[in-house]
Write a protein that binds this ligand. Structure first.
Ligand SMILES: Cc1cc2nc3c(=O)[nH]c(=O)nc-3n(C[C@H](O)[C@H](O)[C@H](O)COP(=O)(O)OP(=O)(O)OC[C@H]3O[C@@H](n4cnc5c(N)ncnc54)[C@H](O)[C@@H]3O)c2cc1C
Length: 258
């Protein structure tokens, strides 16, 4: 039986920025997500500079000069819709069903999650909650309980497979057995999920889930996501500081809930 001790995150996709050929303006950002957010913000006040060449007779203004200054002002003023144009997709693995139950409450993300109805979970791994030390009495209790659950899952799966053996569709037979047997798996059962979200939604997630009051496992995930996004787009996530709160990390920013 495999036991995961921390979440694994993989960046699956980030955007490209092609710019607009007919607009004589360039961002100084080499990060596509940052350039897109800046372009989207500048369209609001036409702050591409007087020589940008846009048709329509509107008056253009210069605006702030750098992407860093531009996005810092967006974060400061809470012009959050501009951040919705910057999008990333992650694969999360080694996380528990308990974690994803909390994760999917964030309604501005898009999700695709491993199905326990379609996938045989007879050898599923489990996720050790961060509060349980990796050895000792609590760990042994956790491990033994997961092993028992897995054993019961296999037994119930076999029983229901036998019960529905006259069902003509093999897919339905499997699904009926697995969807029933999974009721015996604990919250700690490992799952995998692909999550797509924009910068505004990721920021909201980080603020709620990398905070002191967040649950321990999702907080570890949120800190990992924050570190990845700070590498991806420092002008959109660089305002967060990560600090040790006494054995675990939390993130904070002065620009909350944009
Ligand atoms: C520490 C902690 C403890 C929690 N405990 C519980 C609990 O005991 N029970 C429980 O059920 N949940 C609990 N939650 C989950 C919480 O209630 C939210 O469902 C979750 O944090 C997602 O937050 P959200 O709704 O702000 O986020 P999102 O769904 O990401 O939405 C982001 C923002 O969009 C806006 N928005 C989204 N949908 C609507 C809408 N329909 N109408 C108006 N505005 C909208 C809101 O401004 C919202 O803040 C807890 C969360 C945390 C962080």
């Amino acid at each position: 039986m495999h036991i995961f001790r921390e979440p694994k995150i993989t960046l699956l996709a980030a955007q490209t920025y092609t710019g607009a050929e007919h607009v004589n303006w360039q961002s100084d950002a080499d990060v596509p997500a940052q350039a897109i957010a800046e372009f989207a913000g500048r369209i609001c006040y036409l702050s591409f500079g007087p020589d940008a060449g846009l048709e329509g007779g509107h008056k253009l203004i210069p605006g702030r000069t750098t992407n860093q200054a531009y996005l810092a002002n967006i974060l400061r003023t809470g012009h959050g819709s501009v951040l919705e144009h910057a999008v990333w997709t992650f694969l999360f693995e080694g996380i528990s069903r308990a974690l994803t139950h909390e994760l999917v409450r964030h309604r501005h993300f898009s999700y695709s999650q491993l199905s326990q109805r379609y996938v045989d979970e007879s050898d599923v791994a489990f996720v050790l909650p961060p509060e349980i030390p990796p050895e000792g009495e609590a760990f042994e209790l956790f491990r033994a309980s997961c092993e028992r659950a897995l054993d019961d899952y296999r037994k119930l799966l076999a029983m229901i497979e036998e019960q529905v053996k006259d069902e003509p569709s093999a897919t339905l037979r499997r699904k009926r057995a697995r969807q029933t047997a999974r009721s015996l798996l604990p919250n700690a059962a490992e799952t995998k999920i692909v999550v797509t979200g924009n910068a505004r939604a990721w920021r909201h997630f980080i603020e709620l889930r990398a905070s002191e009051s967040a649950e321990a496992e999702i907080r570890v995930l949120a800190i990992k996501v924050l570190r990845a996004l700070q590498q991806q787009a420092p002008n959109l996530f660089g305002d967060y500081t990560i600090r040790d709160a006494g054995g675990y990390e939390v993130a904070e920013t002065q620009y909350r809930s944009v």
